[in-house]
Write a protein that binds this ligand. Structure first.
Ligand code: AMP
Ligand code: MG
Length: 388
């Protein structure tokens, strides 16, 4: 199983440790006069293992003291993914409260949506498949309804009913290669017409016994959206919520800059593919390098093509930028399955959605609305120009 793509929320070189607590390190820009209000906290720095998108936080030196003066950053192990939250606010207590509110919201949603948690709402929906509808929260209803909408937009490429196939491949446990007959026998369970999400009754019913819905392809983007709302409510004026490859930003850094985000190169661990500045936007990346194993030289990864129930082969990585994390996350997985050509066609049809797609040959495709905003790394740019 390939691990996440390395420790990428690297502490910028210009920061040096100021004090070391039991599990908290405090970093400060050495060029700054000692200011208690610009501190960066980081928990468990040593074993940080964050997936494939990360943030460069520039020097916080040009802080306007009258407007904003606290920027704190916490990392925490949420059950399903490492999460990093950065907040900017008028005072340190505001910022701390916003960071806590963000994490609390993510944990709350995890209890509803994670299929790793046996008592979660979705686990109960799955356990009742073929038997009865299950009453769910408005949040679970939103994620499932939006998933069905994205399934329509992506012509079925995004399909939350792939749960039994995800389990057959052992994506989240022991990886294995299921036989063709085994996958064939699971296909009837991927029928989205058999997923009944009744808004008025607030129930979800899976019509066929053995069906399992899995919102792993969209849930983190939604959680990032919701965490941002909670942070704003708690007093943050700007910030970043990063859940593995799903990042949502809001507002500006204290010096007025937008948040710069980098996308990992899908085939060179630790190398950058591109950088882009985000403003009140979310970015989500789906890659075949995130969770995979290799057998006889073939790479098997965690995004399945619902038509074949085999790992989708069209792309190496897909990053989608949208206003909402739920869209960005759902679409990155769906477009990964559709492949570069059909995927880019779809992106160009959708308003306020942009994408950077690396196809199977490693060529980078950038949507028209993004070309002037993306900074490809020099080597990637050169390689891209040499391609037909
Ligand atoms: P992401 O990293 O957002 O691309 O999501 C990957 C996760 O989505 C996988 O680990 C599966 O749980 C789930 N998944 C895999 N294939 C699909 C698919 N075709 N449609 C929806 N979800 C999928
Ligand atoms: Mg996704």
């Amino acid at each position: 199983m390939g691990a996440g793509a390395g420790a990428l929320f690297g502490i910028p070189g210009w920061l040096r440790p100021m004090s070391v607590g039991v599990d908290t390190l405090t970093y400060m820009d050495p060029s700054l006069p000692l200011r208690q209000d610009i501190v960066w906290f980081r928990e468990h720095v040593a074993d940080l293992n964050v997936a494939h998108v990360w943030i460069h936080l520039p020097r916080a030196a040009a802080t306007d003291p009258e407007v904003l003066h606290a920027v704190d950053r916490f990392q925490s192990e949420i059950e399903s993914a490492p999460a990093v939250i950065t907040a900017v606010g008028p005072t340190t207590p505001d910022v701390n409260e916003a960071i806590n509110a963000g994490f609390e919201e993510i944990k709350r949603l995890e209890q509803l949506l994670s299929t790793w948690i046996a008592e979660s709402e979705l686990s109960r929906v799955n356990a009742a498949a073929g038997q009865k509808p299950v009453l769910v929260s408005p949040e679970t209803m939103t994620v499932v309804r939006r998933s069905l909408q994205i399934a329509e937009v992506t012509e079925g490429a995004f399909n939350i009913a792939v749960g039994p196939a995800v389990a057959a491949w052992g994506v989240s446990a022991e990886p294995r290669i299921p036989t063709t007959q085994e996958l064939e026998s699971l296909k009837p369970l991927m029928d989205l017409h058999a997923v009944h999400a009744d808004v008025l009754e607030r129930t979800i019913y899976l019509e066929k016994a053995g069906m399992r819905i899995d919102v792993g392809g969209i849930g983190k983007g939604y959680a990032a959206d919701q965490a941002v709302m909670a942070m704003k409510k708690a007093g943050a004026v700007a910030g970043v919520v990063a859940l593995s490859g799903d990042i949502k930003t809001f507002g500006h850094l204290p010096d007025g800059k937008t948040f710069p985000v980098a996308i990992q190169h899908p085939r060179k661990e630790g190398a950058l593919l591109a950088e882009i500045d985000l403003q009140d936007e979310a970015i989500s990346t789906a890659g075949d390098y995130e969770r995979f194993f290799e057998k006889n030289g073939i790479r098997y990864h965690h995004i399945l093509d619902p038509r074949t129930l085999q790992p989708a082969r069209g792309c190496q990585s897909v990053s989608v930028i949208a206003k909402e994390g739920i869209w960005a996350d759902g679409l990155d997985t769906g477009i990964f399955v559709l492949g570069a050509d059909r995927g880019m066609e779809l992106i160009e049809q959708l308003d306020d959605v942009e994408a950077i797609i690396v196809d199977q040959e490693g060529k980078v495709h950038i949507s028209s609305g993004l070309r002037h905003r993306v900074r490809l790394s020099a080597e990637v740019d050169r390689h891209n120009r040499e391609q037909p």
